[in-house]
Design a protein around this ligand. Structure first.
Ligand code: DC
Length: 213
């Protein structure tokens, strides 16, 4: 039996950094599932333009993504994030990506997977479920610094609006909306440093890990 840590939460909550640190700490494989939706969003923008107006074509893109795409370096822009959130509402896209994620979850090393629906839909039997969140302002502040650090020309107000729009779209979609699983532990990182947030997550996981292994 493998050990599965599911970490869900909104954009820029710190879940990606926490997931990487947890994977390192426990020697688990890590999958950032947002990358899958970003790959589809990026391809869909290239093929269909910003209107993204064919669900069938976008579903076909999701059915044909390959493992090599995970290493793409053009997925971290604001435009791709928005496209990812938009393609993620299409039920066919979500179905196409389920298998890849469930196969990954079987890795014998143990896994940490982060996204929006890992604890609720992809791995409902995960050993530990965390819901990592923070205020929209705290998240927009972090994301603005990150985007500016990457050379994107942006402002806090623009990023805050994007974050709020993305939250609403991710939480209100009909299929696999972003929400904490009933048995998830919520970790609010608004007032935490990244080291404090990682320590809190490791503490929650270690209790279960030590009793299971
Ligand atoms: O975590 P991220 O910012 O890279 O995710 C980009 C978008 O992908 C997010 O706004 C919604 C979608 N997504 C999803 O619907 N389900 C997941 N498990 C992961 C991401």
């Amino acid at each position: 039996m493998t050990f599965i840590v599911a970490i869900d939460g909104p954009a820029a909550s710190g879940k990606g950094t926490i997931s990487q640190a947890v994977a390192e700490e426990f020697g688990f494989a890590h999958l950032d599932t947002g990358i899958l939706y970003r790959i589809v969003g990026r391809e869909a923008l290239a093929d269909l333009g910003p209107a993204l107006d064919s669900d069938a074509d976008i579903t076909a893109i999701a059915q044909n993504i390959s493992v090599e795409d995970l290493a793409r370096t053009d997925l971290r822009t604001a435009a791709v994030a928005e496209a990812a959130s938009r393609v993620a509402v299409i039920p066919g896209v979500r179905t196409a990506l389920v298998e890849f994620q469930r196969e990954f979850a079987k890795r014998p090393s143990g896994v940490v997977m982060d996204g929006r629906d890992i604890g609720t839909v992809i791995c409902p039997d995960a050993d530990v479920k965390l819901y990592v969140t923070a205020s929209a302002e705290a998240r927009a502040k972090r994301r603005t610094a990150e985007l500016i650090g990457r050379g994107e020309d942006t402002q806090f107000e623009t990023v805050l609006k994007d974050v709020e729009e993305r939250d609403a779209r991710d939480a209100e979609r009909a299929t696999a909306p972003m929400r904490p699983a009933e048995d998830a532990v919520t970790l609010d990182t608004s007032a935490l440093s990244i080291d404090q947030a990682i320590a809190a997550a490791v503490e929650d996981i270690i209790k279960v890990y030590n009793s299971d292994t």
